[in-house]
Design a protein around this ligand. Structure first.
Ligand SMILES: [Fe+2]
Length: 320
């Protein structure tokens, strides 16, 4: 069985028309522009569906604010989907749609689902970078971008109160891998069928909240071109632009039009498999390698505060 990433996120918002403009400027493509339904499809085949928060077809809210109503994870085969149902059914209420999509609720009350996802392979241009002593792009200019067109859903970030229960659920029931832990802050996990550093990050919170959804672009030039386009369209920027140490991701966040939660461009993250050594990081040290505008407070951390985690990986709570 392999989970191959987020297949669909359904979002309930008070101002779907504004979100439509936001996502179009961000570079997402409407599946059917003539339809009233706001269904954006990424090149990998994943989808973002935006509906008015009072739309009766929405799943019930698990957040007190605008934001995701349900996250559907894609699995690689019908056999795997059935195995997943068997794994969940003894302890979790699972409902099934006529098309086979499964729905349940995770230990923090987050609505999730599963369906078969034939993820399309992504074709990317080379983004070879010349360094001083190692030029690799000979007699060729870099590709020029006028804006960004994200190719995939990289990860989802939700604050949750019970991280230990969540990690136990996602690793033991769904096969996720813990890839790094930010001490006292949160746990990074990836799906067993993906190679990105994380597809799910769960920071510790008093109650469940929506932090951000990340969309993958190919390189720093596409990320910056996308950021410039969003700036020209006057969408308020969130965090960034910068690079995390944890995951190595380049990032640029924009505030969602409801000003609750952010939408992120990501590029050039670590590609990892089961040989990856998960580490325990100091939150500040792990969060920022560099950022466009930095404050002194952001850079006040113990240098190189990162250590490999023992196996089996202790729980988030045990690590203090
Ligand atoms: Fe992110």
């Amino acid at each position: 069985m392999a989970i191959v990433g987020v297949q669909e996120i359904t979002i309930g918002v008070e101002n779907p028309g504004t979100w439509k403009s936001f996502f179009e400027d961000f570079g997402l493509t409407l599946a059917d522009p003539s339809s009233q339904q706001l269904r954006f499809v990424l090149p990998e085949g994943s989808e973002i569906i935006v509906k008015s928060s009072d739309d009766p077809t929405l799943p019930p809210a698990f957040l007190k604010t605008d934001g995701p109503r349900e996250i559907i994870w894609g699995v690689d085969s019908a056999v795997a989907l059935d195995q997943l149902k068997q794994v969940l059914q003894p302890d979790f209420a699972v409902t099934e749609d006529p098309d086979g999509t499964l729905h349940t609720v995770d230990p923090n009350g987050v609505r999730i689902g599963f369906r078969v996802f034939s993820r399309k392979s992504i074709v990317s241009d080379e983004c070879n970078e010349n360094t001083i002593g190692h030029p690799v792009r000979w007699n060729k200019q870099r590709k020029w971008y006028s804006r960004a067109y994200p190719k995939n859903i990289q990860h989802v970030v939700l604050g949750v109160p019970n991280i230990d229960a969540a990690v136990k659920f996602y690793t033991e029931r769904l096969g996720f891998r813990v890839t790094d832990i930010s001490r006292g802050f949160g746990v990074f996990m990836r799906c067993d069928g993906r190679h990105e550093h994380h597809n799910l990050f769960l920071p510790k919170a008093e109650e469940v909240y929506f932090h951000h959804i990340s969309f993958g672009v190919d390189c720093i030039d596409e990320l910056m071109a996308g950021a410039n386009y969003m700036q020209r369209k006057s969408w308020p920027q969130g965090h960034g632009i910068g690079r995390h140490r944890i995951s190595s991701f380049l990032f640029c966040y924009f505030k969602g039009p409801s000003l609750i939660g952010q939408i992120e461009y990501s590029a050039d993250g670590d590609a990892i498999d089961d040989d990856w050594v998960a580490c325990l990081w100091s939150p500040k040290f792990g969060n920022l390698h560099w950022v466009g505008n930095v404050s002194e407070a952001q850079m006040q951390y113990a240098e190189h505060d990162v250590t490999p985690l023992p196996r089996p990986i202790p729980s988030f709570s045990q690590l203090g």
